[in-house]
Design a protein around this ligand. Structure first.
Ligand SMILES: Cc1ncc(COP(=O)(O)O)c(C=O)c1O
Length: 384
């Protein structure tokens, strides 16, 4: 089965989700048909399922430089992030009562942190600069003797900014505080190595790297405090019980292999395409503001604002172009993304934001087609 991107050439929303790569689909279909035993069964079919599951785990671990024993499968990024925040809180409670995170995290980090606040925990939401970067010294300033965890994303989903995680883990280790990174947007796009980062926990989301939705993974460093969310029959080394979704795990393994192939060359290629996109947009002659820091960001992510316009209106006027905006329109108001707000982007500018995210299947022609589509949309809006 091939992906249908030929029909959807102007897909620029890879940070929302990626198409499933053909080798991934093939591996899943094979597992659905042939590997249907329960990995906990002692007979032949069970053993085959167990071996298949472990082979998938090894592939996931390899992409992040981890040992297979440190990786377990989850349902996706949201579950992995909840596991980090709520699990570590449970493991270190009642001695610890404080968590540090940032103002630009995904809701799957923000919401469990807020849930803890409602239960009497303190949470420090550290701010960012105009490029979306956390200052490690701001993290150090809020560490307390009762801090359970620092949770900071590796790369931001909206503007692509890459956070200084290694520097933060060096600070955290001086204070004996474990660190979690939400790497949902980074894994498969840039090299990620848990030892280089020095993190205790890391989140992977399958559907951001060419696997299907409903599968993800969580890395836990040996010896790091851990508290599970689910209780059951002890699967996944007791960390995430429930009969394992072998075909989905196979899909994630195949996706990690796929995304890992030529990763650095591919990152450079996407970086060049992104700059071509930006140059093309500048060529449209409208006032544009670029968000984030191109020198320190995911190579696939271009976040720009057309000043004085609304991102949603531009997309409406550009049929076929699939991308995201930086603001959501409600009945009578427009709410600006919490990431752009934390970066101090003015409302008028933030409203005109488009997030254009590229991927493995994006070509130069696609980029040029998207620039033309945006150009035409802008001309249409002017006339209206
Ligand atoms: C940075 C980040 N973390 C976590 C998630 C949640 O992942 P999932 O959709 O697999 O639950 C997303 C998805 O948009 C994300 O961008």
């Amino acid at each position: 089965m091939k992906t249908d991107l030929k029909k959807n050439r102007l897909y620029f929303d890879y940070n929302a989700t990626t198409p499933i790569a053909s080798p991934v689909t093939d591996a899943i279909c094979d597992a659905v048909k042939n590997i249907w035993g329960n990995p906990s069964s002692a007979h032949g079919l069970g053993v085959r399922a167990r071996e298949t599951l472990e082979a998938a785990r090894t592939k996931v671990a390899a992409l992040i430089g981890a040992k297979p024993a440190g990786v377990f499968f989850t349902s996706g990024g949201t579950e992995s992030n909840n596991t980090a925040i709520l699990g570590v809180a449970r493991a270190l409670s009642p001695k610890a009562r404080h968590i540090i995170t940032s103002q630009i995290e995904h809701p799957s980090v923000m919401s469990p942190a807020i849930h803890l606040m409602e239960q009497g925990w303190d949470v420090s939401f550290v701010g960012v600069d105009g490029k979306g970067l956390v200052d490690p010294s701001d993290i150090e300033k809020v560490i307390r003797p009762d801090t359970a965890l620092i949770s900071l994303m590796l790369a931001n989903n909206e503007v692509g900014t890459i956070e200084p995680i290694s520097e933060i883990t060096r600070i955290a280790s001086r204070h004996n505080v474990p660190v979690h990174t939400d790497a949902a947007q980074a894994v498969g796009k840039i090299p990620v190595d848990v030892s280089v980062l020095g993190v205790d926990y890391l989140t992977i989301a399958g559907h951001k790297l060419y696997a299907p939705k409903g599968i993800g993974a969580f890395f836990v460093k040996e010896g790091a405090p851990f508290g599970q969310l689910l209780f059951g029959a002890g699967q996944e080394m007791g960390r995430r019980p429930g009969t394992e979704p072998v075909p989905l795990a196979v899909g994630l393994g195949a996706a990690c292999e796929f995304a890992g192939q030529g990763l650095e060359d591919e990152a450079r290629r996407q970086g060049r395409l992104r700059e071509r996109f930006y140059e093309g947009i500048l060529g449209l002659g409208r006032p544009v503001v670029r968000h984030g820091d191109p020198a320190n960001s995911l190579p696939n992510t271009l976040s720009i604002s057309f000043v004085g316009l609304q991102g949603a209106k531009i997309l409406e006027a550009a049929p076929g172009l699939m991308a995201s905006t930086g603001a959501a329109c409600h009945a009578r108001s427009v709410s600006i993304s919490h990431v752009l707000s934390a970066m101090g982007i003015e409302r008028d500018v933030a409203m005109g934001t488009l997030r254009l995210s590229l991927g493995r299947f994006t070509s130069e022609e696609d980029v040029d087609g998207a620039v033309s589509a945006i150009g035409e949309a802008l001309r249409g809006i002017k006339k209206a």
